[in-house]
Design a binder for this molecule. Structure first.
Ligand code: DQA
Length: 162
């Protein structure tokens, strides 16, 4: 079973109370519950962490290189500042998808740049909790063809030999 590490960055533990007009009313528990349902549908395993500390996020990504197949990350405010998280994702070489609840390009100019996006496969921004769901759908879909490509030839070889 493919393993995906979900990382929620700083202040996302406050979802539901923090600026609901921007981030919505769903809290992190509800978002994680949704993600688990998507993961069950795709038969992938999720590990979910939230951290307010840049170094801890860097450490998690470094370890994920050996333990996980992909990353789904909302780097929150570190999106716009963290060369360290960007470098960690690049060094891990894992498939990564960046998500944001709000549309960062429709907000203050300092949020328009993501240092993380260039080392990710793609970004989903602006759909509230649906951004997470779509991001996980993308990760699971991108992981799946690898399974299929590996499985198909061995099935064919066995069939021919029989
Ligand atoms: C955010 C957008 C960031 O600019 C902000 O600092 C956050 C949340 C989002 O999900 O919309 O904390 O990543």
């Amino acid at each position: 079973m493919k393993k995906i590490l979900v990382i929620h960055g700083p202040n996302l533990q406050l979802l539901g109370q923090r600026a609901p007009s921007i981030y919505g009313t769903a809290d992190l528990t509800a978002i994680n519950r949704d993600l688990k349902a998507v993961a069950a549908k795709h038969k992938v395993r999720l590990d979910i962490v939230q951290s307010n500390h840049e170094g801890e996020i860097v450490d998690r990504i470094g370890k994920a290189k050996r333990t996980h197949d992909a990353l789904l990350i909302n780097p929150a405010a570190y999106t716009h500042t963290s060369v360290a998280i960007r470098d960690a994702i690049e060094a891990a070489g894992l498939l990564a998808v960046e998500v944001h609840l709000s549309n960062i390009y429709a907000r203050e100019p300092f949020r328009h740049q993501s240092l993380i996006a260039p080392v990710c496969k793609g970004q989903v921004s602006g759909f509230g909790p649906t951004s997470y769901r779509l991001g996980l759908e993308a990760v699971a879909t991108l992981l799946a063809p690898v399974h299929a490509a590996k499985a198909r030839p061995s099935v064919r070889v066995r069939h021919r030999a029989a």
